[in-house]
Every structure is written in structure tokens, then in C-alpha cells.
Design a protein around this ligand. Sequence first.
Ligand SMILES: [Zn+2]
Ligand SMILES: [Zn+2]
Length: 239
Amino acid sequence: MTPIIDMHTHTMASGHGYSTLKENIEAAKERGLRALGLSEHGPAMPGGPHIFFFSNYRCIPREYEGLRLFCGVEANICDYDGGLDLEEGILERMDYVIASMHTMCCRPGTIEENTQASIMAMQNPHVTVLGHPDDSRYPLDREKIVRVAKESGTAIEINNSSLNPLAARKGARENIKELLYWCGRYETPVLLGTDSHICYTVGDFTEVLTVLEEEAFPKELVLNYDMNNLKKIVKPDRL
Ligand SMILES: [Zn+2]
Ligand SMILES: [Zn+2]
């Protein structure tokens, strides 16, 4: 089976991405994806888009020759109470919301603080994906995260970029294996994301697929193989 959905991609608008939306769309079609998610960084990211960027998504067509496009955000978790860097009115306009911790926007805390930040972000009704909880710079109680994800209907992202040997998120391979272990135990769905910052990696899940195979992770818990699973990520009126 091949993943047909990539909901974690960035363009030049994120400030440190290198492709345009058109280039990402063309790349997604070439890879055979059926759904592409635009998840630019939230405005707290240095060089990230202004909030007006997110309020203008209405001008973007959501279908390109059979490729569905969804316009969302990778919001920054900014404090240990799960506060995000976009206000309610803008979050409402997003087709979907990933919430992630980045060192530029949230200083790594204790395991209790980081875990609470992640849990409270997942309890935000707009958030349907917890982005890359695989970063050793943010110690986390991964069992608790995965259990709450199941309860709150949030998908755990398994991030292909984290497995790049040059990635900033250290220890990701072991942390991803731990996430997969608990996701298997609690039957928590996972969403594979490429976290592409250039068109050439859109839809390329090589690294995570190898780890899923090694861990014999059940395919039915992976959301990327079936367009029907988008209802777990995207707001119903945007499908
Ligand atoms: Zn980025
Ligand atoms: Zn991120």
C-alpha cells in the first residue's frame, strides 16, 4: 500500500521553505497523492506568515485535476497550557490544525510541563493532529500523550523529516518507535507527514515506512491510505 495523503507540507510562505504552492501541488500529483495539506507554520515562528495569510485561504481552489487540497496550519504550542499562536476566529477558518512544539516558540520544559502542553493542545477542538512528538529536546510522557490522543480523537503524527540524519529533532527514531508501541497498544491512529519544506520531498514517506515495517505496525491505524480517513483530520464542512 502507498500513502495517498500528505497533510504536513510547507511553502516559501513559512519563511524557511523553498518551494511554491504550485510546485508542491505538481510534486504531489507526480507522486500519485490524492490529498495534499498545506500546513504553514503559525505566525509565532520567526519569518512565519502574518495572520492575514491564513485569513485569505478562501482564494485558493481546493481541487487540482483530482488532487484535493486542504489549507491549514501547523500552529505553535506557545506555553505549557497548550496555548496556540492563532486566535479562535482564525483557527475556525482552517480546514485542519496541526499543533507542534518548536524551540523558537516554546522553551522546552520538564517532562510534566511538555506533556501538559501537548495534552492541552490536543484538547483544543480545532486540533486534530499532534505534530512530531518525537523530539528528545522535549521530554514527554508518550504513553500519556497517546492515551489522551485516543480519547480526544487526535492523530499522532509520525514525521518523516524527523528521521532525516540532518534533522534538528534528535533521538527521533527511538522516540517514534516508542510512539508506535503505545499507538498500537491504545489503538490510536497515526498520520504520516513528510513535513516537506521543498517540493522534492512531498509525498516521500520512505523513512517512516521503513520504521513502520520494522515495528510491524498495523496498517489499519495509519490514516494515509484511505481518503475516508480525512474526516478524522479535516473539518466536516471542508471535505
Ligand atoms: Zn519548518
Ligand atoms: Zn514542526
